[in-house]
Ligand binder design. Structure first.
Ligand SMILES: Nc1ncnc2c1ncn2[C@@H]1O[C@H](COP(=O)(O)OP(=O)(O)OP(=O)(O)O)[C@@H](O)[C@H]1O
Ligand SMILES: [Mg+2]
Length: 251
């Protein structure tokens, strides 16, 4: 099967007024259809940059990126890509429920089905009591849950998530991690998931990519061949978290 995403020799440079910042250099990466890929690495190594390029928000400087075998700049809306940003990007003029409905409107879903679907995903992130509030009346963690519900409700074939649960308490985070695995197992979507949390990466991923340096390069790839759901106290899981920690440190 051809790769869902194929990246060859990617370089990304940001052109500032007085200098050029090279954020990524010589990235080669293939993501299989249905793979759960986690990307980790120290702050500033280019994780968000890579996510924004794959989401089609930034144009890369050099190299070749293919989505379903097609150059990324020609793909446009053909591949449904859903994104959860590092900072929750909700529409302030829409209630939580209406935010979740957004992608469904774009898909042309009928109002009744749209509302029912949005309601289902709002319940999945335990926000039914807050569905009719606007973002400024929600806590940071609640806003992030709305953003997650919005991305899942849209059922994108390629889901890009940038530290989606970073701002949440441990319990909510664990619930959403489990839910993410459930949604992924049910829908078999391809996921590109950025996190700082190495336990989370080992819990979720089929494969972990460790980026390092400035400009960021792929320092290491770690495959996680363990059945789900994974137990963070399993010695194999503990070893893998340790291996990731060392890799992020540059070892
Ligand atoms: N819009 C931009 N314009 C110029 N430089 C940028 C821009 N966005 C990111 N950079 C630079 O690119 C590099 C990578 O940034 P990026 O945000 O991709 O890192 P990150 O790995 O996501 O970090 P963090 O873990 O802190 O979120 C950094 O040196 C950063 O300063
Ligand atoms: Mg980032």
């Amino acid at each position: 099967m051809p790769a869902k995403v194929s990246i060859k020799n990617l370089t990304m440079e940001y052109m500032l007024k007085d200098r050029v910042v090279t954020a990524l250099k010589g990235i080669n990466l293939e993501i299989a259809d249905g793979e759960f890929l986690c990307v980790v690495g120290l702050s500033g190594c280019g994780k968000t940059t890579l996510l924004n390029i794959l989401g089609g928000f930034f144009e890369h400087t050099q190299g070749e990126i293919l989505l379903d075998g097609k150059p990324i700049n020609e793909v446009g809306g053909e591949m449904n890509r859903g994104v959860v940003f590092q900072e929750y990007a909700l529409f302030p003029w829409r209630t939580a429920l209406k935010n979740v409905e957004f992608g469904l409107e774009m898909k042309g879903m009928e109002p009744k089905e749209r509302e029912e679907t949005a309601q289902k995903y709002i319940e999945l992130v335990h926000l039914e009591k807050f569905a009719h509030l606007y973002p400024h009346n929600l806590s940071g963690g609640m806003k992030q849950r709305v953003a997650v519900a919005r991305a899942y409700a849209y059922e994108p074939e390629f889901l890009l998530m940038d530290e989606p649960f970073g701002a949440l308490d441990a319990q909510t985070r664990e619930n959403l991690q489990e839910m993410t695995i459930e949604v992924w197992q049910k829908t078999k979507k391809t996921i590109f998931y950025v996190t700082h949390n190495l336990s989370e990466a080992v819990y979720l991923a089929d494969r972990i990519i460790v980026l390092a340096g400035q400009p960021g390069v792929i320092h290491k790839e770690i495959r996680i061949d363990l059945p789900r759901s994974r137990d963070l106290f399993d010695p194999k899981v503990v070893d893998l978290i340790h291996m990731c920690t060392e890799a992020v440190r540059g070892n």
